[in-house]
Ligand binder design. Structure first.
Ligand code: SF4
Length: 309
């Protein structure tokens, strides 16, 4: 088998990590590279396992995303969306198994498919009531909200041949850099406009224009659609006091796409400027400083190897 290369690429999550903490960015994209085949006990293996761990909120969000992907992919193939009660039952069983495996730290024995929680790794105290509330509000609540939402009605009304993607990972080229993107759901409406939807399971309700912009740029290329015919849709599944499932539309006009293009260009240039050897995508740890403010390290998965326990 050909040896895998740590090729430089860009994604919104990489951009966020670069912004949050340079050392964490180094650990996630360079220090952990090759960790899937590194011997247990080595630092590269440790960094690789730690970068795969999630906070409990991220884990809850991924349970929702995975369940919606599975249900909608099945509906795309068969025309039948599984009943909500069946989905809830399957997700509950999956969540229980993953939580129990994480509590035993079984992720240290896995070669690649790692599901684990930062809270378990670092022995953080989380009350049973907090786990329960997280599950009921984010996982159960989001799935129920989705099944009752106008967005699902819209999806059901749209003929399946106009469903464009269900959370498939894809990439495109931007000025020589590979850009990774996975759109939760996209469809073409009767007027030819392409809607790119993103399921939100967090409480914040701000609009991330870089995210919507990258989706729109991808949609333009992938589905040959004009700039003004792409509509971004953020679907807030956790109600936070009001019923969940509200869709907020965000248009991606030429000015917004220009701003997004500029942001991507400068983010890529800043990342490349940190490299020891940009042609081979090689980086040196000491070029990536730790955060000054230790308070911001409290939830970081790398806090042990970083010396910030
Ligand atoms: S522990 Fe703090 S300084 Fe170290 S990688 Fe994490 S966020 Fe950065």
């Amino acid at each position: 088998m050909a040896q895998l290369q740590n090729e430089f690429s860009w994604s919104k999550s990489r951009h966020e990590k670069f912004d949050e903490c340079r050392r964490a960015y180094f650990f996630a994209y360079y220090g952990s590279w090759g960790g899937w085949e590194a011997p247990a006990g080595s630092q590269v293996r440790e960094l690789y396992v730690l970068k795969k761990l999630s906070s409990r909120w991220q884990w809850a969000g991924s349970l929702v995303h995975d369940a919606l992907k599975k249900a909608l992919a099945r509906a795309k193939g068969t025309g039948e969306l599984p009943p909500l009660e069946k989905v809830l039952e399957q997700v509950r069983a999956k969540a229980r198994a993953e939580w129990a495996g994480s509590r035993e730290k079984s992720y240290w024995r896995e070669a690649s498919r790692i599901v684990g929680l930062v809270e378990h790794e670092y022995g953080e105290a989380v009350a049973d009531a907090d786990w329960k509330r997280l599950y009921e509000q984010v996982v159960d609540g989001s799935l129920r909200a989705f099944w009752a939402s106008p967005v699902l009605d819209e999806i059901r009304r749209t003929p399946r041949e106009r469903w464009l993607t269900v959370d498939e990972l894809d990439s495109w080229d931007f000025e020589g850099t590979k850009i990774w993107v996975a759109i939760d759901f996209a469809y073409r409406d009767a007027d030819g406009r392409v809607h790119v939807l993103d399921w939100k399971t967090g409480k914040e309700r701000g609009v991330d224009h870089v995210q919507v912009g990258t989706y729109a740029l991808y949609a333009q290329r992938k589905w040959s659609v004009a700039v003004d015919s792409v509509v971004g849709g953020l679907v807030y599944l956790v109600g936070n006091g009001v019923p969940g499932g509200e869709r907020v539309s965000v248009s991606a006009d030429a000015a917004a796409l220009d701003a997004c293009t500029t942001a991507m260009r400068s983010s890529i240039a800043a990342m490349k400027a940190t490299l020891e050897d940009p042609a081979r995508n090689l980086a040196r740890e000491d070029v990536f400083p730790r955060l000054e403010e230790r308070d911001r390290c409290r939830r970081c998965p790398f806090r042990r190897p970083c010396g910030r326990l």
